[in-house]
Ligand binder design. Sequence first.
Ligand SMILES: C[S@@+](CC[C@H](N)C(=O)[O-])C[C@H]1O[C@@H](n2cnc3c(N)ncnc32)[C@H](O)[C@@H]1O
Length: 414
Amino acid sequence: MESKTTDAVRDSRIAASVPQGFGELLRKRREEAELSVAALARQIGVVRTTITNIEQGMTTPSPHTLRLLASCKALRLTELESAEDESADAWHTQQYDPMQMVRGMDAVLNGPGGQLEQTLLYLDPQSAADWYQLSNSEQYMTAFRSKMPLDKLAERIIRESKGVGLDVDGLGCGDGKTETALMQRLADQMPAPPDLHLYLLDISHVLLYSAYRFAFDTLAPRRIPVAAIHGNFNDISKNPVLYMHPRSVRRLRVFLLMGYTFGNINDEPWFFRDLAACAQSGDLAVIDCQLVRAPTDRKDEIFANDAPIKTKRVPDAYTKFLSGPLRRHCNGLIGMKLRSELSTHCLVPGSYAVESWASVEKQDEPTRQFLLFRVKRYELEKLSECLRGLGWNTLQTWKYGPDNLAAVLLIQRQ
Ligand SMILES: C[S@@+](CC[C@H](N)C(=O)[O-])C[C@H]1O[C@@H](n2cnc3c(N)ncnc32)[C@H](O)[C@@H]1O
């Protein structure tokens, strides 16, 4: 049970993200839809006073209630808010506190060395801009993004949905281009207007804003509502807005982890255990990941075949992005060398990590070692087996990219 103080703090945060005059807008839309308060309450599974209190401006709707209201298509709430006031669809998750995270990053980068949690790589605006540049480079686009099997993925998702509406959560959406492209393909296979909602979540304001703009501009003509959520995907289980299913309307949720986000997460089993708790039976998740170049017990082959491990070099395309946080935040830095290393200390059986390390020189201080980034590579069957033990069955996998060394998995909550 949350205390009253926590409730008050939460309500004030939510209030900051709900558009002014929302109660009036709700009343207007309800009347236009010729719905009585009782009918609307029944339809979305709340008590009547919840609706009247919001309409009269006596309470601020929680994200949970907002989502329930948005699920009533006759109200056209998300659509109208998006068209009239683009900022209306930006929410914050409860634990989102960028100031505290930036301070934490500063402390880590000025500490004795050790591992950076991957979230820290995207926190400052320049880091986010560097990621944007990297993920939109011709090389990255040609090798990976343009090759993703989005048509087949959309087809299978539609088949699994059995005609119900889809709520798609793009977790760590970056620039949102892949997530938006998938939405277009889903919409292509649904009757118009498609019963599709897109929720974009990212820790970086810079990336989230560009994702929201791109998704909104692309999807608004097809009447697909888009909401942007500033937040930390590690907190998903604490934020009903990310997983709430309206009780009265059966919809399917599809969680997306595109652009190899899955393989950067520190503890993937932990993440997917939490996600299983948030999902309902039948909900879907999509994992986009890289595959092993050789099995973990054949290290010689990994050294021979996996370029960054063979050369011990961090690929040039990544150096600006990876070294940025140290260059900008590490006080007294006089030099830094990057290198790649192999690690088989990974939690998903059969996987290994390509680690990017920085050796940092500071004035009159001993050299420090920072582990900046871990990109894990997986064996598809062992990953599926691991996910099964965490509550997720693999429905289908597709290999893609150069030498078929990337893969997309569509998994389903048991
Ligand atoms: C590897 S990029 C992938 C971006 C995008 N999905 C794509 O396909 O290009 C990882 C994304 O996750 C975001 N991210 C990293 N850690 C996060 C966290 N803890 N919570 C929310 N977003 C996070 C980053 O800001 C970045 O946009």
